[in-house]
Write a protein that binds this ligand. Structure first.
Ligand code: HBI
Ligand code: FE
Length: 313
């Protein structure tokens, strides 16, 4: 029973039609962007906006050395993202293209899933065409250029991670046809956004959601509350996630090569067929097959998390 008409899962040159029966968030496309949702030009950032970038950059660099994965810090250096102000995407794409063939394109907001996957499958990273204001310095609802470029782009300078992100994009339409977007989204969430990696016996963060925000790096790596569990792709794809608070559980990879292989070598068709309808593990759960590196106290979440003003201990 095919629900996506054209093209098939393996043709990524054209954007697919998400036909009826395939759920995708009902986003209203702004009039000034085409079907690919790419902005005609990058926003020209004013002095105040560039100063927001610089201040966010400086704040993150206070906590990230010794906490961010060395792959991330290397990418940050190679792309020279700290030269001052919001990076110009043309220059950034030229540098990134020379390293791994990826480019960065400006998009107005969250874009539909099938369009997002299509860009990744073609090694284009869609990045917000705006920056947060001072009023929402610590916490934003929608990904802005700081989250997208500072958080995600340095990892795309790594050849293996670059291939992983493309493989993820290529897996997207299949997940949509199987109505398993939630499962594939969980994989993105617990790797690309909130992943930890082992480095010389210590844990480091490589997830953009951790690296682009205040506090979560310390919580993810050092607090007693969260579980830290070895990544198992099948297990992660059965796991629920929340988007508006610190994570109760982080998943740890051995290396980026291991992440890549675990993902491309798994037959997702079979995995999706084996998932019962709507079933997920709670995001606080530790289950019998887990290889647990740290069993969290979950104190932060038991005290009510962000909404209750709990301390991230
Ligand atoms: N759009 N701009 C943008 N950024 C994202 O990270 C994003 C998106 N649309 C959909 C989407 N992510 C999800 O499909 C994935 O996280 C699974
Ligand atoms: Fe993100």
């Amino acid at each position: 029973m095919e629900t996506l008409t054209t093209p098939t899962d393996s043709v990524f040159s054209r954007l697919p039609d998400p036909s009826s029966g395939v759920f995708t968030a009902p986003l209203q496309r702004p009039g000034h962007v085409g079907e690919d949702w790419v902005e005609p030009r990058q926003h020209v950032y004013g002095a105040d906006e560039n100063a927001v970038w610089d201040d966010l950059f400086a704040r993150q660099m206070e906590v990230l050395p010794g906490r961010a994965a060395s792959t991330f810090l290397a990418g940050l250096g190679k792309l020279d993202l700290g030269r001052g102000g919001v990076p110009e995407f043309a220059r950034l794409s030229a540098d990134l293209g020379a390293l791994t063939g990826w480019s960065v394109v400006p998009v107005p907001m969250l874009i539909p899933d099938h369009v997002f996957f299509w860009h990744l499958a073609n090694r284009r990273f869609p990045a917000g065409n705006f920056i947060r204001g001072r009023a929402s310095f610590d916490y934003i609802e929608e990904p802005d250029v700081f989250h997208d470029v500072f958080g995600h782009v340095p990892m795309l300078a790594d050849p293996i991670f670059a291939d992983y992100m493309q493989a993820y994009g290529r897996a997207g339409w299949k997940a949509m046809r199987h109505n398993r977007l939630k499962a594939l989204g969980a994989l993105y969430w617990y790797t690309v956004e909130f992943g930890l990696v082992e480095e010389g016996g210590a844990l480091r963060a490589y997830g953009a959601g951790i690296l682009s925000g205040p506090g979560e790096a310390v919580f993810a790596l050092e607090a007693a509350s969260p579980n830290r569990i070895r990544l198992n792709v099948d297990r992660v794809m059965r796991t629920d996630y929340v988007i508006d608070d610190l994570q109760p559980t982080y998943f740890v990879i051995e290396s980026f090569a291991d992440l890549y292989h675990q993902t491309v070598e798994r037959d997702f068709d079979r995995l999706y067929r084996g998932l019962g309808p709507g079933f997920t593990y709670a995001n606080t759960a530790v289950i019998d097959i887990d290889d647990v590196l740290h069993r969290g106290t979950l104190e932060y979440h038991l005290r009510g998390g962000r909404r209750s003003g709990a301390k991230p201990v």
